[in-house]
Design a protein around this ligand. Structure first.
Ligand code: AHM
Ligand code: MG
Length: 295
């Protein structure tokens, strides 16, 4: 019998279930509004990036709904300078709409969520108890990692429910693709040589410009996602707390690895919400090889 998301997470405590189900159902509903909310605003986020209407709207409705569950102590969002606080025990980190530059072209984007319940708001990613991303692809799906491993759920619109489509997801043993963000000007020479060696080994380039979509491809086909440091962006682009940590948690639970080029991303104690880091995620052998190359 088909297993619904609700049944699959029945082992979690009620407050956590409530938070996850709120994110899941709201994101499926949000999708209906995407066409009306396409386009840019005149405002900028804390990183100085022009906000898309969808960025602002997704942030507002997810934050409000999460705080209303009573399960959440703080929501830390890419779109807000400070955490928004509530009465519950869980801390949610969130990129409400990841891959905003894909809105214009109607390519894939997603939502990234990390969850922990530590006292401090900013903790190393290994303290997360769950992480998930929602992929607004041809099918709306959720990939979620918990202590139990990594599962995927597909949203069936007619039944207005998510159903478990895969469980115990692990990376394929052999990496088939690579995905590198940013431009290649300013790559270090060891990084350039590493990418050349991937090409020589016939890994195929697959880059779509949304972290959610690109990591999802690596999870399915094996390989490596990189958003490296460059001469212009010595810290890379992606944000440690709200983007890299949840994805690193998922990759690691799927048997892969996640590095900042020098060690495990999940061990880094964040100094601030806005901290950026170079990020390399995927098959353990490739991530290890890259770390050795960068030494
Ligand atoms: P966003 O959260 O504002 O959309 O920015 C993050 C996105 C990631 O989804 C993606 O990996 C990266 O930025 C793409 O950057 P680039 O256009 O430099 O390749
Ligand atoms: Mg993002």
């Amino acid at each position: 019998m088909e297993k619904r998301l609700e049944d699959s997470i029945g082992w979690m405590d009620e407050a956590l279930q409530k938070a996850i189900l709120t994110i899941a159902h709201l994101s499926a509903d949000m999708r209906y509004e995407f066409p009306e909310k396409r386009g840019a605003t005149t405002t900028k986020n804390i990183y100085g990036e022009t906000q898309q209407k969808l960025d602002v709207w997704a942030d507002k409705i997810l934050t409000e709904a999460l705080l209303n569950t009573g399960s959440v102590r703080a929501v830390i969002s890419e779109e807000r300078e400070n955490p928004t606080t509530g009465p519950g025990e869980y801390v949610i980190t969130m990129d409400p709409l990841d891959g905003s530059s894909n809105i214009k072209s109607n390519n894939i984007f997603g939502t990234i969520i990390g969850i922990h319940k530590e006292k401090e708001l900013l903790v190393p990613g290994k303290k997360q108890i769950a992480a998930l991303y929602v992929l607004y692809g041809p099918i709306t799906s959720i990939v979620m990692a918990t202590e139990d491993g990594v599962c995927e759920y597909d949203y069936e619109e007619r039944k207005r429910s998510y159903y478990l489509s895969r469980e115990g997801i692990t990376l394929p043993e052999e990496g088939k693709i690579y995905s590198v963000g940013g431009g290649n000007e300013g790559w270090s020479s060891p990084f350039s040589s590493f990418v050349d060696s991937l090409v020589e080994r016939h890994l195929k380039l697959r880059y779509g410009g949304a972290f959610v979509g690109d990591v999802n491809q690596v999870l399915n086909y094996g390989g490596i996602f990189c958003y490296p440091e460059t001469a212009k962006k010595p810290q890379g682009k992606l944000r440690l707390v709200i983007e890299c940590n949840p994805m690193a948690f998922i990759m690691t639970k799927a048997g892969g690895a996640a590095s900042n080029g020098h060690g495990d991303i999940l061990k880094i104690k964040p100094r601030e919400i806005t901290e950026r880091t170079p990020v390399y995620l995927g098959n353990k052998d490739l991530v290890g090889e890259l770390e050795r190359a960068l030494r």
